[in-house]
Design a protein around this ligand. Structure first.
Ligand SMILES: [Zn+2]
Length: 105
């Protein structure tokens, strides 16, 4: 049974038989612009790193949250901006949101 953890300077993630969780630079979102290129062209620095939860079997995206959304969802206080804290907050929110009855998606 797959139970993997991976990280580098600018991403962190984990994967099991059912889900793949990721937080880092490869998935970003800007409220103003659609593409990274557009942000670069307009010298915009509002692009945020994102957390994603994917179905590990078919790679379907189940949940995507920006860093500021993760900040909003945490219900206790923790300092700093450690990537592992954002990853775990995202995983917790995923399991808050997806209940047992739709675990098979
Ligand atoms: Zn932008």
């Amino acid at each position: 049974m797959k139970n993997e953890f991976f990280y580098s300077d600018d991403y962190i993630g984990s994967e099991n038989e059912k889900y793949n969780f990721y937080y880092g630079y490869e998935v970003t979102h800007c409220k103003k612009h659609k593409t990274e290129q557009e942000c670069d062209d307009k010298d915009c620095d509002e692009r945020e790193w994102c957390f994603t939860a994917r179905n590990a079997v078919n790679n379907n995206l189940l949940l995507k949250l920006t860093t500021s959304e993760l900040e909003k969802f945490k219900t206790n206080k923790w300092g700093g901006d450690s990537m592992s804290m954002y990853l775990i907050t995202g995983i917790n929110h995923f399991f808050n949101k997806f209940n047992e009855s739709n675990m098979h998606i």
